[in-house]
Design a protein around this ligand. Structure first.
Ligand code: KG4
Ligand code: ZN
Length: 340
């Protein structure tokens, strides 16, 4: 049994936007009582990426057990929780619908408030769980498989997008390059590991500049890597995979780091955070740490388990919406391309 003060707010959070079925119980926004993640990676791996229909089916099969386990690990029952939170977008619509329907059903049956959470805001909020003293404002780079944004976090519920990718997300580029290198899915961790054995200056892959200096484009560097490999293969020439991985990563990390620091400077903010799956990348973490130290900024990054998809971050975001009285009703629907 856990000890609960009367004023404590307990939230059961559900996340099912892509290929992780996750549930968590979060106390007062920042204390994680349980964080259960059922990953479908092993299933999608054989197809080289996430298959939306399979993801939806796997969510349906797993969600009840995942929620039961989250409640059990937290030592609470549905009657103890103050609200049910769920990711309602962006993501795969069929996958999102499983979580949204489940959350609505529980909220209705148990007569609890329902809180709709934006997936990208959730990623950002993981920083509040990992760093108990962190307070807004700060600049956060969110880089995942589906999104790459630079966000000014003005307050717990007040976000401004300063820059975004015009084409591929950073994680998408990692996954695609890993695929052409024959490393398998998901590519990010594989490239991260292989790059440690390579020379990051071996090949000069492009760093694309956009009209809005804080925007990104990763399709150019992805295509440059593919063309480089095809050309060598056509000529029957050998190449060093580790050098390609390290040089590609260097190009991506260069741009992510430069733009994020510029955003902090332009907005007079002295705290910088990372979020999203790509934030678990060792080279990006090291680069941001270095750049922040050079510029006198404080640097924040969640542990890898809170960088990739999880429901604890959704519970954290929901807590601040709860405090604002920002509740959803039974008409809540999944929104695949929800804007920030
Ligand atoms: O946040 P996330 O779990 O799901 C989305 O919301 O997209 O991010 C998954 C992405 C994948 O593209 C994966 O390759 C990438 O994050 N990723 C990494 C690393 N770990 C995961 N990318 C680079 N380095 C890593 N260590
Ligand atoms: Zn995500």
């Amino acid at each position: 049994m856990i000890f609960l003060e009367k004023k404590d707010v307990l939230i059961l959070a559900i996340e099912s936007s892509c290929d992780e079925t996750a549930a968590a119980v979060v106390k007062n926004g920042r204390e994680v009582l349980s964080n259960v993640i059922n990953s479908q990676i092993e299933i999608h791996k054989r197809y080289g990426g996430v298959v939306p229909e399979i993801a939806s089916r796997c969510h349906i099969e797993a969600i009840d057990t995942v929620i039961d386990e989250a409640l059990l690990k937290a030592g609470v029952t549905l009657d103890d929780v103050d609200a049910i939170a769920v990711t309602y977008g962006p993501g795969l619509v069929g996958a999102l619908l499983v979580g949204v329907s489940e959350a609505k059903a529980i909220a209705f049956a148990k007569n609890k408030p329902l809180i709709a959470v934006h997936h990208i805001k959730g990623h950002i909020m993981a920083n509040f769980i990992a760093h108990k003293d962190l307070q807004p404002p700060f600049v956060c780079l969110v880089a995942s498989g589906g999104h790459s944004h630079i966000v000014l976090v003005k307050d717990y519920n007040d976000f401004e997008v300063l820059g975004r990718t015009c084409d591929d997300a950073a994680g998408e580029a990692y996954d695609k390059v890993a695929r052409v290198l024959g490393l398998g899915y998901p590519g990010g961790p594989k490239i991260d590991a292989l790059a440690k054995e390579g020379n990051s200056e071996a090949i000069a892959f492009p760093r694309v500049k956009m009209t809005n200096a804080l925007d990104f484009s990763f399709s150019g560097v992805k295509t440059a890597v593919i063309n480089y490999l095809h050309k060598l293969e056509q000529n029957g020439e050998e190449y060093n995979k580790a050098d390609v991985a390290a040089s590609f990563q260097e190009a991506v990390v260069d741009v992510l780091g430069e733009h994020t620091i510029r955003a902090a400077k332009e907005n007079g903010v002295c705290k910088v955070a990372l979020a999203g799956g790509v934030a678990s990348n060792s080279a990006l973490r090291a680069r941001m740490q270095k750049l922040c130290a050079e510029n006198g900024f404080e640097f924040f990054v969640p542990p890898p388990v809170l960088c990739t998809d999880n429901a604890a971050m959704i519970g954290c975001s929901a807590y601040y919406k709860y405090l604002d009285g920002d509740f959803a009703d039974m008409s809540l629907n999944a929104v695949a391309s929800l804007e920030l």
